[in-house]
Ligand binder design. Structure first.
Ligand SMILES: C[S@@+](CC[C@H](N)C(=O)[O-])C[C@H]1O[C@@H](n2cnc3c(N)ncnc32)[C@H](O)[C@@H]1O
Length: 209
């Protein structure tokens, strides 16, 4: 069982310089998807290889995973995939990251850490302040994909996102998602585990209005 990293630790307060999109990607004009809490990035590697018309950015708080993922990107010469280390909340609280939010077409929060105890809810990645930062700079029409196997966490995230006037839910069937970030319906590692163990998955898609 892995030890969860406390995102509120002061270790994550210092934000390194974030490279520009043209430093991150071969073609900075492609649609950009952000995966928050991407772990070792396997999901993004799969996506980047099959869906070369998108750029993929992963943010992860475990530094070793990010270092290894970056080495793998270099070794495989993948030019539509980039990883950033740090606490996503702190990264986007920093003004230098505004350009990332402004350029996103979609964001995924796949199976975020649940932090079950009430006193630890403030460590959950989706927080009102974070959603506010996103709503201030995201383009209209940007999608947020949320998935978890923890009902209490789902309700918390759903309530936090919908408390912001600029987001509403959309139904997969009502909306043309064929060009969305994951047309091949690739599964994350946690999702594969959850499916193997026949656990419930709670998911929802939100759009910036
Ligand atoms: C349960 S894992 C899910 C990993 C992957 N998304 C999946 O579905 O298999 C949650 C991941 O989010 C990372 N994480 C937690 N809080 C974070 C934060 N504030 N910023 C960035 N990453 C975070 C954790 O280190 C962990 O790798």
């Amino acid at each position: 069982m892995r030890q969860h990293v406390n995102p509120l630790s002061s270790n994550f307060n210092q934000i390194k310089r974030i490279p520009s999109l043209s430093e991150m990607f071969g073609d900075s004009k492609l649609n950009l998807h952000l995966d928050i809490g991407c772990a070792a990035g396997e999901f993004l590697f799969d996506l980047a290889l099959v869906n070369t018309s998108w750029n993929y950015l992963g943010i992860e708080i475990r530094e070793k995973l990010v270092k290894n993922a970056k080495l793998k990107v270099l070794k495989r010469e993948i030019n539509n995939l980039y990883f950033v280390f740090g606490n996503a909340n702190n990264i986007f609280n920093d003004k230098q990251s505004k350009f990332i939010i402004e350029n996103l077409k979609s964001i995924s929060f796949n199976f975020p850490d649940p932090w079950f105890k009430k006193k630890h809810h403030k460590r959950r990645v989706i927080q009102p302040k974070f959603i506010n930062i996103l709503s201030n700079s995201l383009q209209k029409g940007t999608l947020i994909f949320v998935k978890t196997d923890v009902k209490d966490l789902f309700d918390y995230m759903d309530c936090t996102i919908l408390s912001n006037f600029y987001f509403k839910t959309i139904d997969k069937t009502d909306f043309n998602l064929s060009d969305s970030f994951n047309p091949n319906k690739i599964k994350t590692n946690r999702e594969k585990y959850v499916m193997l163990n026949r656990l419930d998955i709670f998911e929802r898609i939100y759009i910036k209005i």
